[in-house]
Design a protein around this ligand. Structure first.
Ligand code: AGP
Length: 610
């Protein structure tokens, strides 16, 4: 997820672009850049790696760049490491067409190959340079910006919010979007565009939200809109009621709630990137079928929620790919003199890619000569750079300390890796493979239906404000999700909680159950649910308060005070759905207790110390 801005008017553009990017820096901050065009169409580009301040210093707050029209970008790398070359804006060979982009061009590799065959050369690793040169290709063909951009939109697959400068059209901006946000404003004197409202609120609260595949033309303080056939379209003006601070969260009260609600898109982006033409495409990871076939054991290491993803992956990989999997806390793995036959694959899971214990586990594995695969969300992070193979999740910057969307994206990574191993080991028929992939692609919509029913969860959370202890219990994958539900509750509501394998409770911990202890049961594994229900009843007989997350249609005893149903899916993918009510429950309970949800006490987003 990146941030884009645009301005055309009577003032110097560069300082305005920089100020707009500052308001969007939460969307991505590994590099930034601006392009400014003067009245003669001459376009100047300035880019810098690192936070926005590095660019500001480089162009002296924008004073070194002259022109009343420009575009800018703050980057969250998805293709290519964060450096100045890969930073946006990107341009054609003579800088007569310059663009910034937020999104993912899924078919960029095939488009790049086609452009190379037509004589284009590339200086960066980004999909955005491909997009820019594709616009250039069609501009040379049609000689007209609207048609060039329309043709671009017909050829690319994926998501984009694209803003383009054409030197033949000085002081004008053309823009198009698909699935990535873009908001536009025109005051009669000036025009603005941005990924998000915060960048515009200083100038106006009246904005246009353009729809997918609509093209905007910003010029002389006016903006006109077209469909990709070139027909003018009318877009209603929206009056923004949020203040600037709220707007950074898209109107959500906290980043955590915004990120919980981003999960459908994040999963769609991650699946869309790696599923090409009905097949899982790991070519970017260089994980060949031959290598996948050679792996006879997998070790997964991570911390916190990343570790919980590993526990879930163990069930899925062993079930689908029949490869033994061991899951380790990274902080333990690094000190274990584990026995190795030298053929294990070690998977390190880390949102930040900078967790000290996980880096140490990675280095321990490499010191033993083992191949390593990183599942990370930050391009160019330490773990990403040091691992042999890297699976980049497409969750975008996760601001809230308590992970939600990155956790969900990591789960999806696990499903795809399990399926890839199963395919390489010829364990799935074509029909089974297709059925599982299509079930995966239904997850975003199923998560949306859960999110739409969060009122009951909010009400239940509100009644749990005085709870002192909680248990989350389940069997199999439900146990893995219990771990995540318990951690979410602990880290943001400060209520003590334990995740327990449901069958283990009676071996001691049940002595802790007393009148009013909250026990959350997860019941998505049909063949195990009946036993977990018995365990829940055992706690009920000791006056526990029961809540349950279950697939729609599951019979749940009347003793369960609250039941949160989730749509059915393949049991192996259930964690992606059953975790949602638990995230919401922890969130609303934290809010009702007046805690600092996004920055809980004692915690940091990335634990870079041991
Ligand atoms: C999860 O909500 C916590 N913020 C924490 O457990 C986190 O998952 C853990 O510190 C690992 O972080 P990483 O994924 O960046 O390595």
């Amino acid at each position: 997820m990146c941030g884009i801005v645009g301005y055309t008017g009577k003032k110097q553009a560069a300082p305005i672009l920089l100020e707009g990017l500052t308001k969007l820096e939460y969307r991505g901050y590994d590099s930034a850049g601006v392009a400014v065009s003067d009245a003669y169409g001459r376009i100047e580009i300035a880019k810098a790696q690192g936070k926005l301040d590095v660019l500001k210093e480089k162009i002296d707050g924008g004073k070194t760049m002259h022109g009343a029209c420009g575009i800018g970008h703050t980057r969250w790398a998805t293709h290519g490491v964060p450096n100045e070359t890969n930073a946006h804006p990107h341009c054609n060979d003579d800088s007569t067409i310059v663009a910034v982009h937020n999104g993912i061009i899924e078919n960029y590799a095939e488009l790049k190959a086609k452009l190379i065959r037509r004589g284009y050369q590339f200086y960066s690793q980004t999909d955005t340079e491909v997009a820019t040169k594709l616009v250039d290709y069609y501009y040379k063909k049609h000689g007209e910006p609207l048609k060039a951009i329309a043709e671009f939109s017909l050829r690319v697959r994926g998501s984009y919010a694209l803003a383009v400068l054409f030197s033949d059209y000085p002081e004008e901006i053309y823009a198009i979007r698909k699935d990535s946000p873009m908001v536009i404003a025109a005051t009669g004197k000036e025009c603005f565009l941005a990924s998000d409202v915060p960048a515009l609120l200083k100038y106006t609260k009246n904005v246009y939200y353009i729809e997918n595949d609509q093209i905007a033309h910003l010029k002389n303080g006016q903006t006109s809109f077209y469909n990709i056939d070139g027909d003018p379209v009318e877009i209603p003006l929206t009056h923004i009621t949020w203040d600037a601070q709220a707007a950074e969260k898209d109107g959500y009260e906290h980043y955590m709630l915004k990120e919980i609600h981003e999960q459908p898109r994040v999963i769609k982006d991650t699946l869309g990137y790696f599923i090409q033409n009905g097949k899982i495409d790991f070519s970017e990871l260089n994980l060949t079928d031959a290598y996948l076939k050679s792996v006879n054991k997998i070790i997964i290491a991570g911390c916190g929620s990343a570790y919980h993803v590993g526990v879930a992956m163990q069930y899925v990989i062993e079930d689908l790919a029949r490869i033994p999997v061991r899951v380790e806390l990274a902080s333990e793995f690094r000190y274990r003199s584990f026995i190795s036959d030298g053929k294990e694959l070690v998977i390190i899971i880390s949102q930040s890619g900078e967790t000290a214990d996980s880096i140490a586990a990675l280095r321990e594995a490499k010191s033993r000569g083992l191949k390593t695969l990183a599942i990370v969300n930050v391009v160019g992070s330490t773990i990403a750079r040091e691992a042999d193979f890297v699976f980049y999740t497409k969750a975008g910057p996760e601001i809230s300390v308590a992970t939600t969307k990155a956790y969900s994206a990591q789960l999806v990574a696990g499903y795809l890796i399990a399926l890839k191993f199963a395919e390489a080991h010829s364990l799935l028929s074509d029909g089974q493979y297709r059925e599982l992939l299509s079930e995966l692609c239904l997850l975003p919509e199923k998560i949306k239906t859960i999110l739409e029913k969060d009122t009951a969860i909010q009400q239940f959370a509100f009644h749990c404000m005085d709870k002192k202890n909680a248990f989350f219990i389940g069997r199999g994958l439900d146990y893995a999700v219990s771990m995540e539900g318990s951690l979410k509750l602990k880290e943001i509501s400060y209520i003590h909680s334990e995740a327990y394998a449901a069958g283990e409770l009676k071996h001691g911990a049940i002595s802790l159950i007393e009148d009013g202890t909250l026990v959350f049961g997860i019941l998505t594994q049909d063949e195990l649910a009946e036993k977990t229900v018995s365990n829940l009843e055992e706690t009920k007989s000791r006056k526990a308060q029961l809540a349950v997350v279950a697939f729609e249609g599951t019979e749940v005893p009347k003793s369960c005070e609250c039941v949160f149903y989730v749509p059915r899916t393949d049991a192996r993918f259930a964690a992606s759905l059953s975790v949602i009510p638990l995230q919401l429950y922890a969130y609303y309970l934290s809010v009702s207790k007046g805690n600092n949800v996004d920055k809980p006490r004692n915690l940091a987003k990335s634990v870079t110390v041991e």
